[in-house]
Design a protein around this ligand. Structure first.
Ligand SMILES: Nc1nc2c(c(=O)[nH]1)N[C@H]1C(S)=C(S)[C@@H](COP(=O)(O)OP(=O)(O)OC[C@H]3O[C@@H](n4cnc5c(=O)[nH]c(N)nc54)[C@H](O)[C@@H]3O)O[C@H]1N2
Ligand SMILES: Nc1nc2c(c(=O)[nH]1)N[C@H]1C(S)=C(S)[C@@H](COP(=O)(O)OP(=O)(O)OC[C@H]3O[C@@H](n4cnc5c(=O)[nH]c(N)nc54)[C@H](O)[C@@H]3O)O[C@H]1N2
Ligand code: SF4
Ligand SMILES: [Mo]
Length: 758
């Protein structure tokens, strides 16, 4: 029945709010969402839901969600405008800038929600292509990029990430992640708490390495604290024990690894004995050896690292040394050393229903990636990484024109992002954004970032669009296929994100060619390109057909549904547009609202490899070199000055990065911006619990209430990100960037602390 009608009905919906991808059941009465529950029949999440999922109905009706565009007027105020007016401003000013300075004067910042939407997945690339700019920045370089860079070097693509097979593992080593709160990242595992409980129930063990005794650490069998930023050194010691002190077989990976590379990795590990890393990491050598032994003796074991490994740096002698890509690589080195790669219960490669980079091209070989990337930022000459630039360089690329040519970024589009709150040195970025000739935001809310914009283009509620997680099925702990159709029609005056992005793409095409297509024509162009790719790709189930025949097979679908149908039908389980009997189409997913289970992860070596060698690059040269160089830090035991603390981030259960703060269900409880410190540290700086602290770094300071908690390691201060009034990124400098992963150091930064107002 039509949920826009008046009767009560239940509909299924995959939650688009985090990587867990839970299946939810929404009750709709009189066109209103009256309840949101976990869908107990969902093949992947089996009824799990978190407070954010519950808030999905409130998000839909949230009065603060923007329903119409805003444009800055002559007096400098953001005022409501029609879509034609808003797009008109973009067309005129973007046109002038591009004609004057070319596409490189236009920068893009893509935030986290894009990867959770089909429009972001399909239409955003069309817009970027139409602009023709390479000035692309995203939340990835304040997040997971080092893991993607390391995985891409080893296996060939940015989405070839080995995922813990958590449902079958017996030993789960978690480094710098708090999945009991975050619900998991770079590892799509709806109901993380349930999966961890099941792991322990079947006799498995969970070990957590984290400077904070997080909820995950509390749940675990063992929690070890570690000096922030030193994980790579500790992982090197684990690898040292496993590769040098024992003779590992490397399991299924062995056949696909060049022995020469094992040799070079082993050599680079020589200095990293458990004894040599003990002082800098704070983990005793006997503990490191015991964990190495437990890992290698477990029936199955998986090592997993997240934010704490990709965004932390080691503070030594007044400098911050990032090891994020090296550390991310060493996690895979350890997994391979214990024979866990591609093994049930170890770390495995998902096979997604709509495909992904590891299902395209020639099976078992590919172009691989070039890291460091070939392009350089204009100001600091820092390398690109997997097609984008480090976001820590965005402000300088705007505010530092080339002394000779005057070149710089003059226009910025922020799509689904809030970089003033989410990226380093908010102070400088604010000034840079204010100096732009054109600043456009595509975002359904007014934020700290787009309150500086010239034009805000809001997108309609997520419940008005279809949903499927293309990227996250490439990272999921179980193969499954789920799809949610739009629940509500788009109210008059609002626009779907796909249409907004297609219109922007059309405007960009119009500027470059003088002939602006309609958004509908743009949709056809995108569909033709996706169909042509499916026809051309030798791994596609539609290989050898024509784009026209593929488009005919998916007719009369349009928009993201048409593109998704092409991807499913040409994908690894697809019907090949009629040539594989029993294969899947989008219609099969539509007909299965609780999803289609495609089974536990299966071994995918060597078919999934896309390296030019057709092998696993166990020891990429740049990483081996970086590791060898890291040995100098073994003799430099970091000291922190009195009054100086190392900054650590945290996520809060009722938070979603910087947004959803005004949703009533998510307010209160532990969801408060506080600086957590060990009670002895609080006493030592003579402030009382709950009072206001001034936290300062080399780039800025914030005042924030202190909360004494013995869950925080002494010497650290733990502040959540995402609060615009207590913006932790005011403290973070743009100077510390992981050289290979381009990612900012957000954790492990020294800050000084004193009572505010003193
Ligand atoms: N409720 C909620 N859930 C979320 C989000 C949210 O905002 N709120 N955000 C989502 C997003 S975008 C992401 S990327 C994921 C992130 O998912 P996670 O990475 O699981 O989440 P974090 O809380 O950032 O966990 C990082 C952990 O690393 C620790 N840490 C910091 N520095 C170091 C270090 O140097 N070494 C070690 N070993 N540990 C360190 C921190 O104490 C923290 O416990 O969460 C997602 N889920
Ligand atoms: N210090 C510090 N900084 C961090 C982190 C940290 O741990 N510590 N974590 C980092 C991580 S992991 C991440 S992922 C980033 C996140 O960084 P960002 O992606 O920049 O920030 P978000 O808070 O996720 O903001 C998303 C924006 O998208 C909007 N939005 C929501 N839904 C949609 C939609 O459907 N379409 C569009 N167009 N917009 C939408 C929201 O209103 C919001 O303004 O922050 C990073 N920054
Ligand atoms: S865990 Fe993530 S996907 Fe699941 S309900 Fe919560 S926000 Fe949604
Ligand atoms: Mo993230």
């Amino acid at each position: 029945m039509n949920p826009n009608g008046s009767e009560s009905t239940s509909v299924q919906r995959i939650c688009p709010l985090c990587e867990a991808n839970c299946g939810l059941t929404l009750t709709i009465e009189h066109s209103q969402v009256t309840s949101v529950r976990g869908d107990s029949d969902d093949v992947f999440s089996h009824g799990f839901i978190c407070p954010k999922g519950v808030a999905l109905g409130e998000l839909h009706v949230d009065p603060t969600r923007l329903r119409n565009p805003l444009v800055r007027n002559a007096s400098g105020n953001l005022v409501p405008a029609t879509w034609d007016e808003a797009f008109g401003v973009v067309r005129t000013r973007l046109g002038a800038i591009m004609r004057d300075a070319g596409p490189e004067a236009v920068g893009m910042f893509l935030g986290n929600p894009n990867i959770h939407s089909l429009a972001g997945t399909f239409m955003l690339p069309a817009f970027i292509k139409a602009l023709g700019t390479t000035q692309r920045f995203s939340a990835s370089t304040v997040d997971q990029m080092p893991k993607q860079a390391a995985s891409a070097m080893m296996y060939g693509t940015a989405l070839s990430v080995a995922i813990p097979d958590i449902d079958r593992t017996d030993y789960f080593l978690v480094i710098g992640a708090n999945p009991m709160v975050s619900n998991g990242s770079m590892m799509t595992a709806a109901d993380f708490p349930g999966r961890l409980r099941a792991l322990r129930k079947r006799g498995g063990r969970v070990i957590v390495i984290d400077p904070i005794r997080t909820r995950t650490a509390e749940f675990a069998d063992e929690h070890l604290t570690i000096r922030p930023g030193s994980d790579a050194l500790w992982l090197a010691a684990l690898a040292h024990v496993l590769l040098i002190e024992s003779s590992p077989t490397l399991g299924a990976a062995a056949e696909w690894i060049d022995p020469e590379q094992v040799h070079s990795v082993t050599e680079s590990l020589a200095a990293f004995t458990p004894e040599s890393v003990a002082a800098v990491t704070g983990i005793e050598a006997t503990t490191t050896r015991r964990i190495a032994q437990e890992l290698s003796q477990a029936q199955s074991a998986a090592v997993y690292g997240r934010m704490g490994t990709t965004t932390s740096g080691l503070s030594v002698n007044g400098q911050i040394v990032p090891f994020a890509t090296v550390g991310s690589w060493l996690i895979d080195v350890v997994n391979i050393a214990i024979g866990s790669l591609d093994k049930p219960g170890g770390v495995m490669f998902p096979l997604a229903v709509a495909g992904g980079p590891s299902t395209e091209g020639t099976s078992g070989t590919g172009h691989g990636v070039s890291i460091p990337g070939r392009r350089r930022t204009r100001v600091r000459k820092l390398p690109s990484v997997l097609g984008e630039f480090p976001v820590s360089t965005l402000a300088e690329e705007i505010d530092t024109p080339d002394p000779e040519t005057g070149e710089h970024i003059r226009a910025v589009f922020v799509v689904g992002g809030n970089p003033i709150v989410s990226t380093p040195d908010s102070g400088r970025l604010t000034k840079a954004f204010k100096s732009l000739d054109l600043f456009v935001s595509v975002d359904p809310f007014l934020t700290a970032t787009n309150s500086l914009a010239d034009v805000i283009l809001p997108v309609a509620s997520p419940l008005t669009r279809p949903h499927h997680d293309i990227a996250f099925n490439n990272l999921a702990v179980r193969d499954q296929a789920r799809y949610s159709p739009a629940i509500f029609e788009i109210p008059d005056g609002e626009k779907d994100e796909a249409e907004v992005l297609l219109t922007l793409a059309s405007i960009a095409v119009g500027i470059t060619t003088g002939n602006e297509p309609t958004a509908e024509a743009m949709d056809d162009f995108v569909a033709y390109a996706v169909a042509a790719q499916a026809a051309k790709d030798s791994a596609s189930r539609c290989h050898g057909q024509t784009a026209e025949s593929i488009l005919a097979a998916v007719a009369p679908r349009r928009g993201v549904d048409r593109l998704l149908d092409i991807r499913i039908r040409s994908g690894p389980y697809g019907d090949g547009c009629g040539t594989y009997s029993g294969g899947l189409t989008l219609q099969h997913l539509i007909d299965a609202p609780h999803g289609i289970d495609l089974g536990a992860l299966k071994p995918r070596l060597p078919e999934m490899l896309r390296t030019p060698s057709g092998r696993i690059e166990f020891g990429p040269e740049v990483l081996v070199t970086a590791l060898s160089e890291a040995s100098v830090h073994l003799s430099q035991i970091p000291q922190t000055d009195p009054g100086s603390f190392l900054l650590i981030g945290r996520r809060q259960l009722r938070s979603n990065n910087s947004w959803m703060k005004d949703i009533p269900t998510l307010q209160g409880g532990s969801n408060l911006p506080t600086a957590m410190m060990h009670p002895d540290d609080v006493a030592a700086i003579s402030v009382s619990d709950g009072s206001l602290l001034r936290v300062s770094s080399e780039v800025g300071s914030i005042d924030i209430p202190v909360l004494a908690s013995d869950s925080v390691m002494q010497g650290c201060i733990c502040i959540p990100h995402g609060w615009s009034d207590f913006n932790v990124n005011t403290l973070v400098s743009t100077s510390s960037i992981d050289p290979l992963g381009g990612t900012a150091v957000l954790s492990g930064i020294p800050v000084s602390v004193r009572a505010a107002g003193t």
